[in-house]
Design a binder for this molecule. Structure first.
Ligand code: ZN
Length: 280
């Protein structure tokens, strides 16, 4: 059971964070509600150790979605509503992570390293994918499809670019130092490097897996008003034409599956002793 102090702390921090989110426009009303539920439950069941990496993801991804927003909007590839994320996006990126924390807290009073790894694998996959997308959209040339390596229009699911790949890798370097600060055993070099290796591998493989399913099974549309290729069902306030992929596999479904993949990789790395991790 979470302590009263932790509940009070989580309530206070989450209320402040939600006020900041409204002001910064990180989420729309539905996104605000679902990020409160996800963030609050992770804080209460996982404490600071689990909450802080989520906080890094939430704030940095929110800022990067806003980065040169006007330029992305002119390219026709910006997130709608000035980049405010909706509840589907929040749940797709956060519900696997929240489930892992819940299972971890129900089964172990002190978190097992495999569970921390799996949690970070899920969060960092969603984080790496979001940064790769938002920073990759600023790449001045056309991205290449991850499967064929042929140039495709910016915004095509499964499109990869040097900017996106750099962002995908760099995301680990923000989330790992923040997590290491809150490890029960403290901050030492070996643990830090092992944690970095786990997060780098799982987030890179998880977000690459995201691009692979994006390129193969995700629904792709073309806007009949502006001609842009998009992963959104509607564009320029009109129904877009379906080009390929399964209609019910949208970006949120792909993100959700990719976070499970990232979590599994990280869990396996620690469980099978490929990368040792001691946290207490
Ligand atoms: Zn359009």
């Amino acid at each position: 059971m979470p302590s009263l102090e932790l509940i009070v702390e989580a309530t206070a921090v989450m209320l402040i964070l939600m006020l900041i989110s409204i002001r910064a426009g990180f989420v729309d009303p539905g996104g605000l509600f679902s990020s409160f539920i996800i963030g609050y439950s992770i804080y209460v069941f996982g404490g600071r150790l689990f909450f802080v990496p989520l906080l890094v993801f939430y704030v940095v991804a929110g800022l990067m979605t806003k980065l040169r927003y006007e330029e992305k909007r002119l390219k026709g590839v910006a997130e709608e509503k000035l980049g405010a994320r909706g509840w589907r996006n929040v749940l797709a990126n956060g519900c696997v992570a929240a489930t892992i924390v819940y299972i971890s807290s129900c089964t172990h009073s002190i978190p097992r390293p495999e569970f921390l790894a799996a949690y970070l694998g899920a969060v960092s996959t969603a984080y790496a994918d979001t940064l790769a997308t938002e920073i990759g959209l600023l790449y001045p040339r056309e991205p290449r499809l991850i499967t064929s390596m042929k140039p495709v229009p910016t915004g095509t699911p499964g499109g990869v670019s040097p900017y996106g790949t750099a962002a995908q890798l760099l995301s680990a370097f923000t989330i790992v130092p923040a997590t290491a600060l809150f490890l029960p055993k403290g901050y030492d070099a070996a643990t830090f490097l092992n944690l970095l290796a786990i997060v780098l591998l799982s987030s890179f493989l998880g977000s690459t897996f995201d691009s692979l399913i994006g390129a193969t099974v995700q629904a792709v549309y073309r806007c009949e008003r502006c001609g842009k290729v998009t992963e959104k069902r509607t564009h320029c306030n009109a129904e877009a034409k379906h080009l390929k992929g399964f209609r019910y596999v949208d970006n949120n479904v792909v993100n959700f599956v990719a976070t499970i993949f990232g979590a599994t990789i990280a869990y396996a790395l620690v469980h099978f002793g490929l990368i040792p991790l001691e946290i207490v």
